[in-house]
Every structure is written in structure tokens, then in C-alpha cells.
Design a protein around this ligand. Sequence first.
Ligand SMILES: Nc1ncnc2c1ncn2[C@@H]1O[C@H](COP(=O)(O)OP(=O)(O)O)[C@@H](O)[C@H]1O
Ligand SMILES: [Mg+2]
Length: 296
Amino acid sequence: MDGVTKRYGEVTALDGVSLDVRRGEFFGVLGPNGAGKTTLVEIVGGMREADAGTVTVFGQSPWPRDTALLARIGVQTQASAFFARLTAREHLRTVAALYGMDPATATTALERVSLTEKADARVDHLSGGQRQRLAVATALLHEPDLIFLDEPTAALDPEARRELWVVLRSLRAEGRTIIYTTHYLEEAEALCDRVAIIAGGRVVALDTPRNLIRSLAAPTRLLVPAAGLSTDAALALAGVDRATVEGDDLALETTVPNRVLPALGDLVDIDTVTVRTPTLEDAYLTLTGTGSEHHR
Ligand SMILES: Nc1ncnc2c1ncn2[C@@H]1O[C@H](COP(=O)(O)OP(=O)(O)O)[C@@H](O)[C@H]1O
Ligand SMILES: [Mg+2]
């Protein structure tokens, strides 16, 4: 997409967004509420028209809607609709029938999202996590090459989120292209090949989670029991920039942990050392301008 802009009255939801998603990529769109994530998904998925800019999906414009293109796209939206009184399997069979597909695809889809056990449970009796997995199964039924998932893990408890991650990783392993929105940073870090961070309708960063973290140049912190190492001995190690006592620990800051750790292992039992690497959260807070106080 290139220079895509979308306004709703006074609100500019997207303000000249340009980005490319590669085939087979698990692409994260990360941003706070109101950043424009859903609008982006809706425009690329052909559910909404952009005011300006160009969007190309598999070489074609998603707007006006094109049935050949729709067959290659699967969408799970934030407000996925279900046939609530049906069972999970019946719901999927109904959707399969709408697409003119073999009802047996329902069984396969249930397996793929680990819902086989709940096949005969009514949709309105499923837990939040199970419902989200059913929504993902619905988006997958017709074997799309490109899948949009708009905050599928919002409002899920940590265990349900992890279960969904397993499903998402398997989709990625199948080589499908996935565009995934979330406001959970650790999720983007755990799942995505690349991440676009959007804030106020603009892309403020686009890179691999690793590079985003690295571009911060935030130090890695190595925590060593203070009883085992003096500040002077720590500062004498090549690559240690700072050493401060924090409670029972001595905290060493370094940008070259791989060099410091072996030398540190000569001085203390390496199993007592805790490594705290900077996270995507650090990068995110810096980039969205809310974090300057956070890790100084
Ligand atoms: N249908 C709509 N009508 C009016 N304003 C909207 C509509 N959809 C979204 N917005 C506004 O556009 C901005 C971006 O919204 P959205 O794309 O839903 O962001 P996100 O998904 O990142 O939370 C927000 O300020 C939101 O209030
Ligand atoms: Mg949204």
C-alpha cells in the first residue's frame, strides 16, 4: 500500500500509510487503540475504500470488491459474527455451504485450531478463547493465501492467548501470509517476522522485532548476586558500561552481552546470572513518544 489515507469526518484514521507485506510473511500491525489498525485491515481486505493512495493485493486492487481476489483472502474481524445457536461444527458447515465448499472442510478447520473436542458444543457455550479459535477457523475454511486477523487475542486470558499462538504459528508454518493486528507487544515479538508500529494513523517504525529493539540501543542488563562480585571487578570487565547495586543484585549494563558473559562466568557461577534483554515494549514506548521516562 502506498500513501493510503482514510478520514472519518474530522478524524484522520490513516495518514499516508505506505508499506509492503511479503508473501509468506507474518506481518504485525502494532499500535494503541485508535491508531488505525482496523481501518488498515479493512482497506487492504477490500471492506472499505481508501480516500487516497493505492493498495495492491496479489497484483490487484481490493476495491471495488473482486470475487477472484476475495477467494484468496480470509478475514477474522474484531466483531466476528457466528451462528450462535449452532454447534461449532454446524457453524463451520454453514459457512462452508455459503462458500460452496465440501462440508468436510469444517472438520479439518476444527482440527487446525484444536477445537475438535468442542465440535458439538454450541457456539454460545464456548469460552472466549475457543470462540476466537473458531473465528480463525472460519477465516481459514476456504484455504486463503492471505489471512487478516484483527486483534484475535484481545480480551483473552494468558492461557487462551498461548493456545491461540500455537494455532497461529502453525498457519505461519504452512506458508500463508498473515497480517496480524495487536496491541500486545510480547505477541508481536513472539510471532511476527516484521512489525509496523502505527500511531495516529502513521507508520512510525517498520522492521523485524529484533531490529526495532536493537535500534533503540537499550542496554542488556545482567543481574549478579552482589555478594559474589564487587562493583570495581564488574567495571573492570570489557564491555560493561555501568554497574549499580540494586538490592541484593549488582546490575551490569552492556550492549555486548555475548562478550561480557564468558568473562563474567570466570568470576561468578554463571547459573546465578539473570539476563534481561531489552524488549519490544522499550522500542514501542520510545517510538510512540510515551516512553522517554520509562527506561531512563
Ligand atoms: N466507522 C467509523 N466512523 C468514524 N470514526 C471511525 C470509524 N472507524 C474508526 N474510526 C476512528 O478512526 C480512528 C482509527 O480507528 P481504528 O482503525 O478502529 O483503530 P484501531 O483498530 O487501531 O483501534 C479512531 O479515532 C476511531 O475512532
Ligand atoms: Mg481495531
